[in-house]
Design a protein around this ligand. Sequence first.
Ligand SMILES: [Zn+2]
Length: 473
Amino acid sequence: MERSLINFYQSLPYALRSVTASTWGYYLRWLRYSRETEKLAADALQRDHWTPSQWQNWTGERLAYILHRAATRVPFYRDYWSGRRARGDRSSWERLENWPLLNKESVRKSPEAFVADDCNPRRMHVWSTSGSTGTPLRLYWSRRNIQRWYALFEARSRHWHGVSRHDRWAIVGGQRVAAIGKKESPAWVWNRGLNQLYVSAIHLSPTVAETAIKAMRHHGVKYILGYPSALQVLAHHARQSTISLPMAVVITNAEPLSEMQRSVISSVFRCPVRDTYGSAEVVAAAGECESGSMHLWPDTGFVEVFGDNQEPVPAGASGELVCTGLVNDDMPLIRYCTRDSSSLPAAAESCSCGRGLSLLGTVGGRVSDVLITRDGRRVAGVDGIISGSLPIREVQVIQEELGRIRIVYTAEKRLSPEYQRELTERVVEVFGETYVQFDWVPQIPRLPNGKFRSVACLIPPEQLPVNQENLHA
Ligand SMILES: [Zn+2]
């Protein structure tokens, strides 16, 4: 959303904000769901019990169709293959191993070159991803494919755990739904169109969290979805409040879930916490079942694991997840490098839940800490404050002391003073008076396990305000 629009939205009284959010929610409901949804979801649940050979046939056929469509209808790939043909290379495009790896940068530079020529990008829906690493990408989707994806999500993120999109739920996310510092404006908004209470992770002071928790109870929220770091903050406040708020399930996304986060969230909301894995580009997805195994969703993407030498590693070994999306056939991304690390099992493992979906090893992806304001508020989802329409590729937010924040970024050129001022304002709005330093670097280093640390709190424990002892856990 444009900054001026956000400012306008934040200036509205709560009732009007709720109407605005609900109107947007009704639009999203129309976009994501239709009469087909229940049938598509039921089909997905049936496929959960397929045998490996049934899956092999299905993914083989779908992959062949996607590769053929990419090679013949997608400008980027058509040029690529005609270049190879011109050099006398007769390799078949029907075999995935003959395709090159694709990185985010190529898609970011010219997203329209990945759209099939029988689609009109101007009539498609644009998903702009920016949150996770600060690398904005434009992805083009038809409504039909959006609905195919949301049906898979409905089946495996909700139905697996006994809830549905018709139940009332809460999402804890990085969107700013209220102006900070205005006491009368709550940090949450009810979205009638999606049956959803949107709770802003960046507003969660103890008092605000308490009103958010009351609102969750008032609206009869049955389950919560959100980032582990944001849910950990909410759980922390909920534990100190006198209100008890049992849930059916808490579903986490976007960040790896630590065992400590799982146990805190689970004990506060008295329910299981289920982890999911997915990429914003929808080239792969996986979800945890009731037995605690992470199952791949093979109809979302075909997954390979690559080592540092850019070659596939043997099953069981870990490396980067390289995925070919099977949902969006209008913008096919083939062998897309996700920058997340994991492994595929060496031998077929069965799960006590009875599903035949293969398992995914522990995923190392983005790691995000909680940062601290001078008045002791814990702020999760800080990269949500930073991301937006800025000419940056990757961003990392580091806090080494209270009242000081360092924004490390990669970009083609140094951020202009105007952009620096705008980012500083966004930080000050949340953290109060803060010195913001900008570091333009060629590359943001990964942690030894390949994780990308998007938000890092490096304040020594002895300098933390009281009651922050669990912060680094
Ligand atoms: Zn299972």
